[in-house]
Write a protein that binds this ligand. Structure first.
Ligand code: 8ID
Ligand code: ZN
Ligand code: ZN
Length: 376
């Protein structure tokens, strides 16, 4: 199922032909016409690591030389075709890309060549509808999504609308910041959506994954007490390293609801669901404290959250969806990172190893985040 085709048909680009074909797009950087990327032609089809064309930025876009990209579980969903929203085909996935601006369209005012920039899930939106007007750009009906409806960051050069591209301070470790661009922003926003107070308990379900390991740290930095739920080798250790207080292993605990409620003296005040498990999401409505908030973030295929109505009413629960974050959330989440309050637990692999990364992710065997180095 996870096959890597090393596109033998595409011979490596020769140095001489590159130098002849460099583009000059308002840039002091020499930009080749072809590059390495991972592309697929149908959902679940082969992931080809091969030479593909370098995209040209439109008037409103920047061209980013992506150095590193985080591998989000969303990329796996996109490749598999898990969701009711079709992907563009063929598709280059990836939406946690960190790199350097090497070219820009004529209308771009907010980036200079040589700046650091991030490719986020929200590549661009209409910026003129009521949702965009109020800062809900992610919910815009015309949202353009990196690695979904717009070729993303699993390539060496990617384009993004300059309005939405993330500003990254010069000198930032680009591999470390990559996961902040989706996972960090998303969990930061989800925690704001839970609207908890310092000293209250938050449960992170899926606590040792890419989103979860950052959620633990953001929650801690916000003064919350953190209970983590996950299972498998090394997960508890990572959770504790991230600053978590109580860990519940779902593979070993018989009565999860009682264990979580006992550990939090009556249930967590809020739950951030970042697992990819329908059952775990529904269970969070059972163990959350009366008047608590259940935040939905993880997106298992064809899933429903089931909440028993009598208890839901008597406990006066809220269930809220939370979807990435806007430009302000991105700036704020980046600021937590830049100030050293959160660190990305990453392992760097080559871009050509993406199929193996998907295989590990499917099995729930990744600790924290895998980040691909686009040069390998
Ligand atoms: O904006 C959004 N809402 C948004 C943004 C980014 C990602 C949503 N997501 C979605 C992804 O599409 C995916 O569905 O969040 C989900 C988690 O993404 P991720 O953190 O990138 O996935 P991961 O690194 O594979 O981590 C998942 C963790 O869940 C654990 C796994 O062990 C892993 O550590 N887990 C599973 I699967 N079942 C569990 C269970 N029953 C569980 N943890 C607790 N209980
Ligand atoms: Zn993501
Ligand atoms: Zn809009």
């Amino acid at each position: 199922m996870f096959r890597l085709a090393r596109a033998r048909a595409c011979a490596p680009v020769k140095t001489a032909s590159i130098s002849r074909s460099f583009l000059r797009l308002n840039s002091s950087f020499g930009i080749p016409e072809t590059q390495k990327g991972v592309i697929f032609y149908e959902n679940g089809g082969e992931l080809h690591y091969k030479d593909i064309a370098v995209p040209k930025p439109k008037a409103n876009e920047i061209l980013v030389n992506v150095k590193y990209s985080g591998v989000c579980h969303t990329d796996l969903h996109a490749w598999k075709g898990d969701w009711p929203l079709p992907v563009k085909l063929p598709l280059v996935g990836g939406h946690e890309g960190a790199g350097i601006v090497v070219a820009k369209g004529e209308n771009v005012q907010n980036f200079e060549i040589g700046d650091y920039a991030g490719i986020k899930w929200l590549n661009g939106s209409c910026m003129s509808c009521e949702l965009c007007e109020q800062g809900y750009e992610s919910n815009c009906l015309k949202a353009d999504l990196s690695g979904y409806t717009h070729d993303g960051s699993f390539q060496q050069y990617a384009t993004a609308d300059a309005v939405q591209a993330a500003q990254i301070p010069k000198g930032t470790d680009l591999a470390q910041i990559a996961p902040i661009l989706c996972a960090g922003v998303t969990v930061y926003k989800a925690l704001k959506t839970a609207d908890l107070k310092p000293g209250q308990w938050v449960a992170i379900s899926g606590a040792a994954g890419g989103l979860g390991s950052l959620a633990v740290q953001y929650a801690k930095a916000m003064g919350l007490r953190v209970l983590g739920i996950d299972g498998g080798e090394g997960k508890e250790e990572l959770f504790k390293k991230c600053g978590g207080e109580v860990f519940i292993d779902f593979t070993k605990t018989k009565d999860m609801v009682s264990a979580i409620q006992e550990a939090t003296n009556g249930g967590p005040h809020g739950v951030i669901n970042v697992s990819v498990s329908e059952a775990a999401i529904s269970m969070s409505t059972e163990y959350v404290r009366p008047t608590g908030v259940v935040v939905l973030v993880g997106l298992p295929a064809n899933a429903y959250v089931k909440s028993e109505v009598f208890s839901h009413v008597i406990k006066s629960l809220s269930i809220k969806g939370s979807y990435v974050g806007n430009r302000a959330d991105t700036r704020e989440a980046t600021d937590f990172f830049t100030r050293g309050l959160v660190k990305s637990p990453i392992k760097i692999i080559g871009l050509s190893e993406l199929p193996e990364a998907y295989e590990l992710m499917e099995k729930g065997k990744i600790l924290g985040r895998l980040v691909v180095d686009t040069s390998k």
